[in-house]
Design a protein around this ligand. Structure first.
Ligand code: DAH
Length: 360
């Protein structure tokens, strides 16, 4: 049957040459579809003599199977090719570095506030807040700094304007976080354990001073709190904050109107090759002021000094941030220079906690 050989050659060549699945389907319909060439030959069998029909039928079935097999093999091959093409064009390089984060960074001051809040929270201190525009009574008088006290001049205070004809003493931009001691005790009474981190203002500007800076106030009042408790709390804080195994603190007698006795606290450190190391060396650096809260301050806040006593301290946040993270110039903190922020900033969403590592 030459005709069948010709038909077979025609379809096998066409199947070999077809390039896509739609073309292949056309070929299947043309050969094996209801009106296809092979089907037409099959229906012609009915008119044949029985012997002829058996032989021709068998050959037609073989041809049909061969073409069918060729179509299926080609369909599988085209499927593989499609998949390979997708794999080639849609690949993903999992070794590429991740996309840089675009959510900005956490300012070192915010980072340090979170760190010290975590440390003091662990020692049972809550966070207290007060207004930045403060009355002179809270900022000075209640803290045992009467109107003619020289400390008022030392604070280089910013005064707010009063309306014309209003002769009350002007409000001030708070010069320290100490007024929050008064507000917290007045609101909560004793016993109390709080820290108050926040912004403070003084009219001063050079390499180590900016008109706005940050302090954290600490206050612990109970029935028999002593300087020993103060010393332990501060050592514990410094060790955790500077992330060193041990620190050494030096208490120097000093004077603040709101504490009696008062002490300034230095931390042992070394400056080798311009590199600051906390906890070792033969240098001392002042980091805070502290003391036992003055009875007049307790009274001003409505706490009975015959029943209650405790310690307070005040520390510069920007300064300890500079020390911990090796930041040389204070003024750069507040210049909003993106390059500085990217360099010294911290990853957003990494909340400092004692268990996970403060600055990890
Ligand atoms: N308020 C003081 C300042 O700004 C710092 C300070 C000293 C706060 C001693 C205190 C303290 O609570 O006990 O310089």
């Amino acid at each position: 049957m030459d005709a069948l050989d010709t038909l077979k050659a025609k379809y096998l060549t066409a199947v070999a040459n077809v390039g896509d699945e739609a073309g292949l389907e056309d070929l299947r319909v043309a050969a094996l579809g209801k009106k296809g060439e092979i089907s037409a030959l099959m229906s012609g069998l009915g008119k044949m003599e029985p012997d002829q029909r058996r032989a021709a039928g068998a050959m037609l079935n073989v041809l049909k199977d061969e073409i069918d097999a060729a179509l299926r093999a080609k369909k599988a091959a085209l499927g593989d090719a499609t998949l390979n093409e997708r794999l080639r064009s849609e690949w993903l390089d999992v070794t590429l570095p991740g996309r840089p984060r675009r959510v900005g960074t956490i300012h070192p001051v915010s980072q340090v506030m979170e760190e010290l809040t975590a440390i003091f929270a662990d020692m049972g201190f809550a966070v207290a807040e007060g207004p930045q525009v403060e009355s002179d009574w809270y900022n000075f008088d209640a803290l045992n700094i009467p109107p003619e006290h020289p400390a008022r001049q030392e604070h280089d205070t910013f005064f707010m304007n009063r309306a014309e004809g209003d002769n009350r003493p002007p409000h001030v931009l708070r010069t320290h976080t100490s007024p929050v001691q008064i507000r917290a005790m007045a609101a909560q009474g004793a016993p109390i354990r709080v820290i108050a981190p926040g912004r403070v203002y003084r009219m001063d500007m050079d390499q180590t001073h900016t008109p706005m800076f940050h302090q954290v106030e600490g206050l612990a009042i109970d029935r028999n709190i002593s300087m020993a408790n103060l010393k332990w709390v501060l050592e514990e804080f410094c060790r955790a904050f500077f992330e060193v195994p041990s620190v050494e603190l030096r208490f120097r007698a000093s004077h603040f109107p709101f504490t009696e006795p008062s002490a300034e606290v230095d931390i042992r450190c070394s400056w080798e090759g311009g590199q600051l190391k906390i906890g070792q060396g033969d240098k001392w650096m002042e980091i805070l002021g502290s003391g036992m809260v003055h009875p007049k301050v307790l009274s001003a806040a409505g706490v009975n000094p015959d029943e209650w006593q405790g310690f307070a301290f005040g520390m510069g946040i920007d300064r300890i941030a500079m020390l911990k993270y090796g930041i040389p110039d204070l003024r750069a903190f507040f210049e909003s220079d993106l390059r500085w922020l990217r360099h010294y900033g911290f990853a957003a969403l990494n909340m400092p906690d004692l268990a996970g590592g403060l600055s990890a």
